[in-house]
Design a binder for this molecule. Structure first.
Ligand code: DGT
Ligand code: CA
Ligand code: CA
Ligand code: ZN
Length: 570
């Protein structure tokens, strides 16, 4: 049982209690537990096995601790089973459609007997929703669009889910007999923001028990196919995993082929044909003679190219750039000198300034900025001028105690609907790093939203525009904003655009980050951590940056402190 699976059970419980209109405090306690467990780096299942006290975890009380014990021991939760029985099966899924809260789910069920995504689609198509209380032409249209997006994302998973399972399965399979090499290919290796399935490739010596061991992996719901060289399984989260065993003579070619993308492969194969070669998952052949196969780098050199980093393999110009020797020198995690967005207990983070700084120090950073919310973010207890003033003093006190890392005074200030900032210039002047961002009132036209944001970042106090589109991957598309105009304004005002490394966000997304750097706009890559453990999420921001052809020189927090401070707009 992974933490993620346990957290998933608690959020399902919260969803169903929500539809049933139960006590909000009870619902919140399940949501908090789901979040706390999802954020932990230590395995909760291991804690149970070691007899540790789960109630020490913030947000976990006796009743939830008891349920965790049950889940770890039995693999399921009887309470969730009962709750599911008490509702039509398809209802909880409706909550996953953007804009469908428990109240709407209940309304549609009570009035139109809508108990599944199919039925919701049918009713919306017939125009039956707009006549219901609180609904109208516009809200029905919004649901139709949300349904289309939901269908398009169905069966896909966030990169973090895919990558963490891939890493866990590979670590597990490495312990099988005779495994010589094992790697994840496919969209996970290209670090796409969502993945459809996992493609794992291995080289094994004869007599290996890798496939037997695979069938024993904890997270598997069912084996789809079980063979000597290829097995497929479905995990309990729904993700499919294919494991292939390959001969060493074609491992490199297979790794290249199964990494894709399909579009990159087609272009590469065309290039091979032009050179009188044949490229396949088995190797590169001149007539019947193999000229490459065991090694991926040699597959590329056989067609006259340097090795191309997997993140670039989308046939978006990488083959042409490689041919001219103009591939970017992509940014790496080790290039990062600081993290510029994080929250503490002053607003919606879980730990103090000092605890965030200690963790950042352990990651080897030179500096961090503490950037709690401004008052407009009411749910997070956002700060007004007075509270921010006190919080900045708290940051200074932490700095006095902690050596070896610079703790910058910062804030994440909201851009109000009219484009003004949510805090006075006088207090913003006290902050060394000011991130501006939009957190509410997303329903504006693109023109109005673009105007709002550009007005916000035109304030000379602003250094960075945070999570620039507000999207949540596979959950909500973000607000409408004209990216070309935003990029132009960021350049004119000298404001950096953020790549938010939180795996639910990852915006600017890859293609937008590429556009920004091409236009000479600087980027910031930050985790937006709400707990010390989330500072580890930086790698996801790096993946997105790499997919956007970003180099270390494009990123303000890849510079040493002094240089970085000089680059902040004055
Ligand atoms: P996904 O799983 O939808 O997130 O995306 P991928 O890229 O992992 O795609 P997948 O799992 O269907 O196939 C893995 C790789 O295998 C893909 O990236 C390229 C290669 N591949 C699959 N089908 C074809 C094909 O029809 N032609 C070529 N050239 N390559 C293919
Ligand atoms: Ca795949
Ligand atoms: Ca596949
Ligand atoms: Zn934010």
């Amino acid at each position: 049982m992974e933490n993620r699976d346990i957290a998933g059970i608690f959020s399902q419980i919260a969803d169903i209690l929500d539809i049933k209109g139960e006590n909000p405090f009870r619902i919140r306690s399940y949501r908090n537990a789901a979040r706390a467990i999802g954020d932990m780096s230590e395995s909760v299942a291991a804690m149970v096995r070691e007899g540790k006290d789960l109630e020490e975890i913030p947000g976990i009380g006796a009743s939830i601790a008891g349920k965790i014990g049950e889940i770890v021991a039995t693999g399921s939760c009887a309470f969730l089973g009962e709750l599911r029985e008490s509702l039509p099966r398809g209802l909880p899924e409706l909550l996953r459609i953007e804009g469908m809260g428990p109240k709407k789910v209940k309304l549609f069920y009570d009035t139109l007997k809508i108990d599944s995504v199919d039925r919701l689609e049918a009713a919306a198509g017939k125009g039956e929703l707009k006549g219901l209380p609180g609904m109208g032409e516009k809200s029905e249209e919004n649901i139709i669009q949300a349904l289309a997006r939901y269908r398009a994302g169905q069966g896909r998973f966030k990169l973090s889910v895919g990558l963490e399972y891939a890493e866990s399965i590979i670590a597990f399979l490495k312990k099988a007999k005779g495994v010589k090499a094992i790697e994840a290919a496919g969209s996970v290796r290209r670090r796409r923001e969502t993945v459809g399935d996992l493609d794992i490739l291995a080289i094994c010596s004869p007599g290996s028990d890798i496939m037997e061991r695979f069938a024993g992996y904890d997270g598997i719901r069912e084996m789809i196919a079980h063979g000597g060289t290829k097995s497929s399984a479905r995990l309990s989260c729904g993700l499919q995993v294919d494991v292939r065993v390959l001969p060493p003579s074609s491992f490199g070619a297979a790794l290249q082929y199964f990494t894709g993308s399909k579009e990159h492969n087609v272009a590469l194969r065309t290039r091979a044909v032009r050179k009188g070669l044949k490229l396949s998952e088995y190797g590169v052949f001149k007539g019947r003679r193999a000229v490459a196969g065991p090694d991926e780098e040699k597959v590329y050199s056989a067609v006259g190219l340097p090795w191309i980093p997997p993140e670039l393999r989308e046939n978006h110009g990488e083959i042409e750039a490689a041919e001219k020797g103009q591939l970017p020198k992509l940014i790496e995690l080790k290039d990062m000198r600081g993290d510029l967005q994080m929250h503490t207990t002053a607003t919606d983070g879980t730990e103090s300034v000092a605890e965030m700084a200690e963790k950042a120090l352990s990651l080897g950073y030179e500096y961090i900025a503490i950037t709690d919310h401004s008052r407009a973010v009411r749910v997070a207890g956002g700060l007004d001028e007075k509270r921010l003033g006190r919080h900045l003093k708290e940051i200074d006190r932490a700095q006095d105690r902690i050596k070896g890392i610079r703790i910058l005074r910062g804030v994440e200030v909201d851009i109000l609907p009219d484009g003004r900032l949510d805090l006075d210039d006088a207090i913003l002047k006290e902050c060394e790093v000011v991130i501006a961002a939009v957190h509410y009132r997303f329903t504006m036209t693109e023109a109005d939203m673009t105007r709002r944001i550009i007005k916000g970042i035109s304030n000379p106090r602003v250094h960075i525009f945070g999570h620039p589109t507000g999207r949540l991957i596979l959950e909500r598309p973000g607000y409408p904003v004209n990216i070309e105009e935003l990029v132009k304004a960021a350049r004119d005002y000298g404001v950096a655009l953020e790549i938010n490394a939180h795996p639910d966000r990852l915006d600017l997304k890859d293609s937008h980050a590429r556009l920004a750097r091409e236009k000479g706009v600087r980027l910031a890559i930050s985790t937006d951590a709400h707990s010390p453990a989330q500072l580890d999420l930086m790698r996801y921001g790096i993946f997105t940056a790499r997919r956007g052809w970003v180099e270390a020189g494009d990123v303000i927090n890849a510079y040493p402190l002094k240089k970085f401070l000089g680059m902040l707009r004055k």
